[in-house]
Design a binder for this molecule. Sequence first.
Ligand SMILES: Cc1cc2nc3c(=O)[nH]c(=O)nc-3n(C[C@H](O)[C@H](O)[C@H](O)COP(=O)(O)O)c2cc1C
Length: 177
Amino acid sequence: MKLALAITGASGIGLANRFIELLPDTIELHVVTSKNSTIVSMCENKKIFFHDDNNIASSISSGSFGIDKTIILPCSMNTLAKIACGIADNLPTRIASVALKERKTLILAPREMPYSTIALENMHKLSLLGAIISPPVMAYYSDIKTLEDMENFLVGKWYDALGIEHNIYKRWGNHDK
Ligand SMILES: Cc1cc2nc3c(=O)[nH]c(=O)nc-3n(C[C@H](O)[C@H](O)[C@H](O)COP(=O)(O)O)c2cc1C
């Protein structure tokens, strides 16, 4: 699978780090971020290609490159609003618009609290257009005891939505063994 990951300026960039860290080596990952210094160090041994967020001529900017699935993690309200309006003035917003036009999987992990009505309207619109709105929402099952467990649970839920096999959180129904 060719997977595109855009990291935008919302709180929770650590979740993107964990997402990359736990990703199976078999996935070809394309990352666009303006804040890539924190994640570069953990990218050894993985099939990762970095893209400049201002490089609108990047390979992943074109539908013909064949990105299978795209996730914006975390997704700022700014990027969310641009995507909902069809604005594609940087690489994260461009790859989201490509995913929508190509009818490919697009997952958005909006991080804000509380949500404004504008943000909720934007999420509603994008959901109707086929995007999967998947914010980092805490869970209280799955034997979660630490922040790391909680982050693993969230990453596991995003992997589930992307169809990436994993065993990083305990699923409901496995507790009575
Ligand atoms: C410390 C800090 C934390 C922020 N956290 C969030 C956040 O959680 N969610 C959000 O939508 N914006 C947040 N912002 C504001 C965004 O960074 C800002 O709207 C920016 O324009 C987003 O740009 P981008 O969408 O191109 O990454 C934060 C800004 C700072 C400085």
